[in-house]
Design a protein around this ligand. Structure first.
Ligand SMILES: Nc1ncnc2c1ncn2[C@@H]1O[C@H](COP(=O)(O)OP(=O)(O)O)[C@@H](O)[C@H]1O
Ligand SMILES: O=P(O)(O)O[C@H]1O[C@H](CO)[C@@H](O[C@H]2O[C@H](CO)[C@@H](O)[C@H](O)[C@H]2O)[C@H](O)[C@H]1O
Length: 473
């Protein structure tokens, strides 16, 4: 969760045509935004939406506008981007949920699902054009195909991704921050050092926000042979739950081998990030700052989510313990929000996606160098999630709970084994730090679930309870 923001300056103004339309769209957004999966502020009322700027990507009929709007909520004002389409000559074939507003007899709708309109984005990147203040570029050496149609992916996402043919995936970052997006920055750095564990970055779209060139989209190679880690992991847990009498290691869908290879891939990426972008040693001030950030987050989340209250004293102790058990920490660029939905198993091995960091963290927080153990903690949390999500909404069943917890334990250990083998040091040796990082991540998840998937709040809360109990036994 970020605090109040300074007012954001306008993007470089595009043509002022369509001004009245843009105002009408902005006026409709307070009602429309909260129903969008990618909107990060669903748990707070939208008190106003102000257009910061807009660009006309296609003019006439059909019309394709790019808007950056500032969304005001009680304690913050944040910029979001939207692609808005309209057609006069034919009724658009789009779901009613994406309709934003009717203006003068024309329907204006969220255009990410309109393949006739979104093909213009790829074509503009292939051509390297500047369209009404938006720069469309391909990465050095990338020869992009033109004329491909796109469909949005349906995964639950913080952003919106469009798949072009079976070749490319374009991620449109929804909540914008001035500057080059960390996801693009780290993908470029990893490509420079020849990382084997990323999908190649191929293009980008940028505008200007608060006077800075700002990434609004990133194009990557689409991996057709990929399955995401979350799907693989949850399939494995389901198989085990379906027949609890089978030992996990005898199960056809045992995930431990993959978990270990994933640990090795994450350690490789950490090493590549160090090579590409360097490291710094953490000093006592850094440790103090880290503990304080965790305590502050705990206070903020506990104020919003009463269910966290009983755990607050124990969580405070866990964070405080870092002060009494300091370990030498090398600070480096990390992924920042690593979980099973951010990793893809391809024929060539594991790829890591989405280096943007936690969607709710401030840009300053996301851009900091951190301990690589943050990513290890994120993935450990994800094994817990994969195990527990099948228990959500079911009556208590001690046998199934036991199966789920054994699966999580087995795969968490395998992941750490794989990581340790490549990194040369075992994350489990820094037990106090790793425990605090896991709990801090779980506090973040409490806030994330409260805002996005209240039904799942029980998942991070149960983990906090478990970690606390293990710690006190
Ligand atoms: N290069 C790719 N090839 C295939 N699928 C991808 C690729 N990049 C992303 N995906 C799919 O899109 C999903 C969302 O991508 P991600 O970058 O994590 O978006 P977000 O930032 O919105 O969470 C991933 O979980 C994965 O299933
Ligand atoms: O992928 P995003 O960058 O949008 O990350 C956000 O959403 C994730 C959920 O999609 C959320 O991850 C949490 O749920 C996952 C299962 O859906 C689980 O694997 C993760 O371990 C858990 O943290 C992530 O926290 C949030 O930032």
């Amino acid at each position: 969760m970020s605090g109040p923001l300074e007012p954001v300056d306008s993007l470089e103004p595009g043509e002022r045509s369509h001004e009245a339309t843009v105002e009408a769209i902005a006026a409709a957004l307070p009602q429309w935004l909260p129903s969008q999966r990618w909107f990060a502020g669903k748990d707070r009322e939208v008190t106003g939406v102000r257009p910061l700027t807009w660009s006309t990507i296609l003019d006439g009929d059909p019309l394709l506008l790019h808007l950056v709007v500032e969304v005001e909520q009680d304690d913050r004002a944040e910029p979001y981007q939207l692609l808005v389409g309209s057609r006069r000559s034919e009724v658009p074939d789009v779901a009613s949920s994406v309709t934003i507003v009717d203006v003068d007899g024309a329907t204006f709708y969220e255009a990410c699902g309109d393949a006739d309109l979104t093909s213009a984005l790829l074509d503009s990147m292939a051509d390297g054009t500047l369209v009404d203040g938006l720069h469309f570029e391909s990465e050095p050496g990338a020869e992009l195909a033109r004329g491909l149609r796109a469909h949005p992916i349906t995964t639950e996402q913080s952003n919106t991704s469009l798949v072009y043919g079976s070749q490319y995936i374009l991620k449109l970052f929804r909540k914008l921050s001035p500057g080059v997006n960390k996801d693009l920055l780290l993908h470029r750095a990893l490509r420079e050092v020849g990382s084997q564990h990323i999908a190649e970055p191929l293009g980008s779209i940028s505008g200007t926000l608060a006077g800075e060139p700002t990434t609004i989209g990133m194009l990557q190679r689409f991996m057709t042979d990929a399955v995401d880690g979350w799907v693989m992991a949850t399939t494995s847990v389901r198989d085990l739950m379906a027949d609890p009498s089978v030992a996990p290691e005898e199960l056809g869908g045992d995930f431990a081998g993959e978990a270990s290879r994933l640990g090795a891939a994450v350690a490789d990426v950490h090493a590549d990030l160090r090579t590409a972008l360097g490291t710094e040693d953490a000093d006592a001030d850094e440790l103090e700052r880290t503990v304080q950030v965790m305590l502050d987050r705990l206070d903020r989340v506990a104020a919003d989510v009463p269910e966290l209250a009983p755990h607050v004293p124990g969580l405070r102790d866990a964070f405080d313990a870092m002060r009494h058990h300091p370990v030498p920490v090398e600070m480096q660029y990390v992924h920042g929000d690593l979980h099973l939905g951010q990793v893809l198993r391809t024929l060539g091995g594991w790829l890591i996606l989405d280096f943007e960091g936690e969607p709710a963290a401030s840009v300053a927080e996301r851009s900091r160098l951190r301990s690589a153990l943050r990513d290890v903690a994120g993935m450990l949390r994800s094994f817990d999630y994969a195990a527990q999500q099948l228990l959500v909404g079911r009556p208590d069943d001690p046998i199934l709970t036991d199966v789920a917890m054994s699966w999580a334990h087995r795969n968490r250990e395998a992941f750490c084994d794989g990581y340790a083998e490549v990194a040369g040091s075992d994350p489990r040796d820094a037990a106090v730090l790793l425990r605090a990082l896991e709990l801090d991540k779980a506090v973040y998840e409490v806030s994330y679930e409260h805002a996005n998937r209240p039904d799942w709040l029980s998942v991070p809360l149960a983990s906090i309870e478990r970690i606390m109990t293990e710690g006190s036994s």
